[in-house]
Design a protein around this ligand. Structure first.
Ligand code: ADP
Ligand code: MG
Length: 399
C-alpha cells in the first residue's frame, strides 16, 4: 500500500469501488489522482414525452461510475477501463477514432470541449463502475459526466452543469452515433440526494421535488429482452405524434408541439385523425399531466397516489402508445400483487429493458424472490434485479 493511499484511507471513508479505482490508478500511474463519482439514473414517470417537448421526472441513483483522473504533463490522454481491462491513448491535438467502444466517450467528450474553444491538457484516467451496462440506467451518460466533471476540476474551463449536459449529449450524437435526448446527461449532472428532478424538455428549466423516504427502495427488474423493435417503432411513434400535430395546427397555429395541446382540443378533432394517431396523442397529453400530478403527490408525501400514477403510465404505454411487450407486462403484473409494492411500470423506450418498482424496504427481499421465481415460470427467462435508491449527481469526491 502506498503512503498516499494510507493518508487518504485514514481520513476518508471510501466505498469498495472507490478504493478499487483509486488503487488501480496508483498501480498504473504511480501517483495520486482525484476521484469523481458519477451516477446512473431512473425515470420515475414521463415516458415518450421528451421528443414532444414535454416533461420527465428522473433521479440519480446509487449505482455509479468512479473515475480517477490526474494531469500528466504530456500531450496525451492515457485511459484505462478497469471493467473491460483495456487501455487506450490519444494525442490531445490529434484525436484518432478508437475501436474500443468505451474510449469513444472519452475522446468524444474531449473533442466536444475543444469545439467549445477550451484547451484540455494531457491527463491520465482510470475508471470502472457498478451501473449495469446497456440496461437502460444510462451508464453512458455516467461515463460522459465523469469525464467532463473530471476535466472541469483539473482545468477549470468554467463550464456550467447544463453546458456539460449538452456537451455529453453531443458526445453521444457525434462520436458514438446515438441520437439521444438530454434527460440522461441532465440528471447525471443535476441530480441531488432525496430529490427527483422535473425537467422541461423544451426550455431545460427544472425543478427538484422531495423524495425523502429511506424506507422505500427503487427496484429495477430487467426483462432481459433486447429492444430490437425500439428504433423502428420509435420513429413510427414520432411520426404519429407529428401527424396529430399537423391536424391540430390547422385550428390552432400557435401550438408548436403536443406539449401545448389541451385534451379538449384533441377531443374536438378526434374524428379527423385515425384512431391510432388519436390514441398516441392522448397518451402523450395524459403522461405529461401525470408528471405534474406526480410532483404534487411528492409535495404531499403521498406515495400511494404516486404509485398509482406509475401503474396508469404503464397502462397508457401498453394500450394507447403500444410500446410495451409481453415480458414487461408480466413483470408489472407479478409486481402488482406483491406486499409492499407501491407502483410499477416499464421504464425507457419500451419493447424490453427494465421495469421500475417502488417497494417498501422491509418487503424488498420477498419481492425480488417472488419476481425471480414467477418471471422464470411465466416467461422462461432469468430476470436481473437491481435495488437502488436516489443519490447525488456527478461530483468530485471530497478528500
Ligand atoms: P446504457 O443504457 O447503460 O447507457 P449504452 O449502450 O448507451 O447503455 O452505453 C453503454 C456503453 O457505455 C458501453 O458499451 C461502454 O462503451 C460504456 N460504458 C458504460 N459503463 C462502462 C464501464 N463501467 N466500463 C467501460 N465502459 C462503460
Ligand atoms: Mg446510454
Amino acid at each position: 500500500m502506498s503512503t498516499a493511499e494510507v493518508n487518504i484511507s485514514q481520513n476518508f471513508k471510501m466505498t469498495k469501488l472507490e478504493k478499487k479505482i483509486h488503487k488501480q490508478f496508483i498501480t498504473k500511474f504511480e501517483r495520486e489522482s482525484i476521484l469523481i463519482q458519477s451516477p446512473g439514473r431512473v425515470n420515475l414517470i414521463g415516458e415518450h414525452t421528451d421528443y414532444n417537448d414535454g416533461f420527465v421526472l428522473p433521479a440519480a441513483i446509487d449505482k455509479t461510475i468512479v473515475l480517477a483522473i490526474s494531469p500528466n504533463n504530456l500531450t496525451k490522454i492515457r485511459a484505462y477501463s478497469v471493467d473491460m481491462e483495456e487501455s487506450e491513448e490519444f494525442e490531445i491535438d490529434n484525436l484518432h477514432e478508437s475501436n474500443k467502444h468505451w474510449a469513444k466517450y472519452i475522446k468524444g467528450a474531449v473533442s466536444e470541449v475543444q469545439k467549445e474553444g477550451h484547451h484540455p491538457r494531457g491527463f491520465d484516467v482510470v475508471f470502472g463502475g457498478d451501473i449495469p451496462i446497456g440496461a437502460g440506467l444510462s451508464s453512458s451518460a455516467a461515463l460522459e459526466g465523469a469525464v467532463l466533471v473530471g476535466m472541469e476540476e483539473l482545468f477549470g474551463f468554467g463550464l456550467s452543469r447544463s453546458e456539460m449536459a449538452k456537451i455529453g449529449q453531443r458526445t453521444e450524437h457525434n462520436h458514438v452515433g446515438v441520437k439521444c435526448g438530454i434527460m440522461d446527461q441532465f440528471i447525471n449532472l443535476h441530480g441531488q440526494e432525496n430529490k427527483v428532478l422535473k425537467l422541461d424538455c423544451r426550455s431545460l428549466d427544472y425543478e427538484l421535488f422531495p423524495f425523502e423516504r429511506d424506507d422505500i427502495k427503487i427496484v429495477l427488474c430487467n426483462s432481459k429482452v433486447s429492444h430490437n423493435l425500439a428504433d423502428s417503432e420509435y420513429n413510427v411513434r414520432r411520426a404519429q405524434c407529428e401527424k396529430g400535430m399537423e391536424i391540430l395546427k390547422k385550428y390552432k397555429p400557435e401550438i408548436q408541439n403536443l406539449r401545448d395541446v389541451h385534451m379538449e382540443l384533441l377531443q374536438v378533432h378526434k374524428d379527423e385523425m385515425s384512431e391510432v394517431v388519436f390514441r398516441r396523442c392522448k397518451y402523450v397529453l395524459e403522461e405529461n399531466q401525470r408528471v405534474h400530478d406526480a410532483c404534487n403527490d411528492l409535495k404531499k408525501n403521498d406515495f400511494e397516489a404516486f404509485g398509482k400514477r406509475m401503474f396508469q403510465s404503464h397502462e397508457g404505454l401498453r394500450q394507447d402508445y403500444e410500446v410495451s411487450c409481453k415480458e414487461l407486462d408480466v413483470l408489472v403484473d407479478i409486481a402488482r400483487d406483491q406486499p409492499g409494492l407501491l407502483g410499477s411500470r416499464m421504464m425507457g423506450g419500451g419493447f424490453g429493458g427494465c421495469t421500475i418498482n417502488l417497494v417498501e424496504e422491509e418487503q424488498v427481499d420477498s419481492f425480488t424472490e417472488t419476481i425471480r421465481k414467477k418471471y422464470k415460470d411465466k416467461v422462461g427467462k432469468e430476470t436481473e434485479i437491481y435495488v437502488t435508491q436516489i443519490s447525488s449527481g456527478a461530483k468530485v469526491l471530497e478528500r
